[in-house]
Design a protein around this ligand. Structure first.
Ligand SMILES: N[C@@H](CCC(=O)N[C@@H](CS)C(=O)NCC(=O)O)C(=O)O
Length: 251
C-alpha cells in the first residue's frame, strides 16, 4: 500500500492523522507544505478542497481528518477507531464532531494570532519538517505568509479574545467526556485522536499550557500525543486571559 500524507508542519488535524496511521501500523510518506501555498498545491494535486490533511492511498484521494479516519478504519480495521456498540459509537462520533467543528478552529485562530504577533517561535513549530528550504530562511521570510494565514483564518483581535473566553467551556466538555469514558479509554478512538492534537497545539502556547495541564484534559492530551512541536511565549493581553484565570482560580 502506497500512502502519502499532505500536511502543514504542526497542523493539528495533520498530527491526528499521523497518530492514527501509527496506531494502525500503516507506513506512510509525508509531504510538508507551506501555509497558504498548500491551498494551491492540494488543488493542483486534484483534491476537491484546499485544506490539509489530504491523503493519497494507492493514488486514491481522501481529504479531511474525519474522512481519512473512516478510510483508515476501512483499509485497516484493527485496531478499530470506533466502538462496536451503537450507543458508544454515537457518543464517540459526537465528540469527534465537536473536536473537528468546535475545537479545531478556535485553536487555529489563537496560534496564528500569536505567531503573527511574534514570529520567532515559528522555528520551533517546524521541528522535523521537510520544507525544501532551510527552516531559518522560511522563518525569516514568513511575515507575509503569517499575515495571509491570520487573515483567511479570521484570527482577529475580536475573534481570538472571544475564543479565549469560550475555552473553559470547551475544556469542561472534554473533561466530562473523559469522566464518562467516551475519551481516554483503554482503546483510543477517533475522538481521542481528533481532540488531543488540538489540545496539544493549544498547550504549545505558554499562556494556555498551565491552565490545560491543570485539568484532566491536559493529562489526556499528553497521553494520546506525547510529543508536539512548538513553544510560544506568552502573547495574549492580560485582559483577554482574565476569563481563563478566573475559572482556574474558582475550580
Ligand atoms: N476540519 C478540517 C479542515 C482542516 C483545515 O482547515 N486545515 C487547515 C490547516 S490546519 C487548512 O488547510 N487551512 C487552509 C484553508 O482553510 O484554506 C479537517 O480536520 O480536515
Amino acid at each position: 500500500m502506497d500512502v502519502r500524507l499532505y500536511t502543514i508542519p504542526g497542523s493539528h488535524p495533520g498530527v491526528a492523522v499521523q497518530a492514527m496511521l501509527k496506531a494502525k501500523g500503516i507506513p506512510f510518506k509525508r509531504t510538508d507544505l507551506f501555509p497558504v501555498m498548500q491551498k494551491l498545491v492540494v488543488r493542483a494535486l486534484g483534491f476537491p478542497k484546499q485544506t490539509v490533511p489530504a491523503m493519497k492511498i494507492d493514488g486514491r484521494k481522501v481529504q479531511g481528518s474525519r474522512e481519512i479516519t473512516r478510510e483508515l478504519d476501512r483499509i485497516r480495521p484493527e485496531p478499530p477507531l470506533f466502538p462496536e456498540d451503537p450507543e458508544k459509537r454515537l457518543a464517540v462520533e459526537e465528540a469527534e464532531r465537536f473536536g473537528d467543528e468546535e475545537l479545531q478552529h478556535p485553536v487555529r485562530q489563537m496560534i496564528w494570532w500569536a505567531l503573527r504577533k511574534d514570529k520567532a517561535p515559528l522555528r520551533s513549530y517546524s521541528e522535523g519538517a521537510k520544507l525544501g528550504i532551510p527552516v531559518g530562511l522560511a522563518v525569516a521570510t514568513a511575515a507575509p505568509v503569517l499575515a495571509a494565514t491570520a487573515h483567511y483564518n479570521e484570527a482577529t483581535d475580536e475573534n481570538v479574545r472571544r475564543d479565549l473566553a469560550a475555552l473553559p467551556a470547551l475544556l469542561d466538555r472534554i473533561d466530562a467526556w473523559i469522566e464518562a469514558g467516551v475519551l481516554d479509554g483503554e482503546q483510543l478512538n477517533a475522538a481521542d485522536y481528533q481532540i488531543a492534537p488540538s489540545l496539544r497545539l493549544a498547550m504549545t502556547m505558554q499562556d494556555l499550557r498551565p491552565i490545560i495541564d491543570a485539568r484532566p484534559a491536559g493529562k489526556f492530551a499528553r497521553r494520546v500525543i506525547p510529543d508536539y512541536p512548538g513553544d510560544a511565549p506568552p502573547t495574549f493581553p492580560p485582559a483577554w486571559m482574565q476569563p481563563l484565570r478566573s475559572v482556574a482560580s474558582t475550580a
